[in-house]
Ligand binder design. Sequence first.
Ligand SMILES: NC(=O)c1ccc[n+]([C@@H]2O[C@H](COP(=O)([O-])OP(=O)(O)OC[C@H]3O[C@@H](n4cnc5c(N)ncnc54)[C@H](OP(=O)(O)O)[C@@H]3O)[C@@H](O)[C@H]2O)c1
Length: 321
Amino acid sequence: MKAIVYAEYGQPDVLQLKEVAKPAPTDDEVLIKVHAVSVNRSDWEGLIGKPLYARIGGLRKPSNKILGSDIAGRVKMAGKNNNQFQPGDEVFGEMGDYHGGFAEYVCASGRILALKPADMTFEEAAAIPQAGVIALQGIRDKGQIQPGQKVLINGAGGGAGMFAIQLAKLYGAEVTGVDNTGKLDFMRSLGADHVIDYTREDFTKNGKQYDFILDLIAYRSAFAYARALKPNGSYYAVGGSVATFLQFLLIGPWIRRASGKHVRVLAVQRNRKDLEHITDLCKTGKIIPFIDKRYSLSEVPEALRYLGEGRAKGKVVITVE
Ligand SMILES: NC(=O)c1ccc[n+]([C@@H]2O[C@H](COP(=O)([O-])OP(=O)(O)OC[C@H]3O[C@@H](n4cnc5c(N)ncnc54)[C@H](OP(=O)(O)O)[C@@H]3O)[C@@H](O)[C@H]2O)c1
């Protein structure tokens, strides 16, 4: 089969389209013909090997040579212990180890997959899993948003942020989106009441405070984030540097005791129920999974470059012929 592979961490030019062996499913897996796979920041991080957590499983060189997490496709073969899906089923989901999707075929455990709604394209389905579930677990579960509350989403013009803005609006929040200059209108179009350009303004220094902050790209000190929270407010980081996360683990409990504010890391739990819930919201039009650009499998390097250079709004999707 054809796949986009890499043997060392680096910029998109280390990626190559190659002919590799088609994977064979274990007894618990299904073999899927990939029709679409979306691009996430986790792919970019896995490509460049930063932050450090992107090197889990391969400190000096990537151990799994095919990136790509969010796949949608058709089941070709099911392992003998897999009684959830049959050959021919159209499925989608996020790969357990963030790898394997930039290829014509992939093997996945049935546990992480859901049936693709018939009225959704493979591209639309592939745009949902990782970003949609991050947003759901952040805004619905950790945020417990009440109507009228002030919510800030940092990195709101990307994949997870695009879902998070719309979800927070659905729960009745007053939403502030933070991202670069080129994404301000996009965040407004998703429903953000206020937008902040991170290249011009630091939201932790402007004196404003929020009930809940979801951060897709954390790199400041825990004290800076606590400053931007109202009393009893909560902050959750999803992506960012390892040093920042460690700092939250060490200082977060102290901040909570001193001020009642929560500064924590959100460890996302993949599960089919949440994937189906966010997909239902997309199916009924309550949330629009905006796809900025589509590329072919051979164009994965350009797709990753587009995301890595900070131009991608919402999602970027690869169509696999
Ligand atoms: N915690 C978990 O369990 C878990 C699970 C899965 C994934 N993740 C992580 O979650 C993150 C999800 O990100 P995503 O897929 O939504 O990424 P994305 O699509 O790249 O969105 C991130 C957005 O943040 C913007 N940004 C960059 N620097 C910024 C800054 N200083 N201030 C504000 N915004 C900034 C980016 O814009 P530019 O274009 O300007 O760069 C981009 O629009 C990834 O880091 C991923 O590894 C965490």
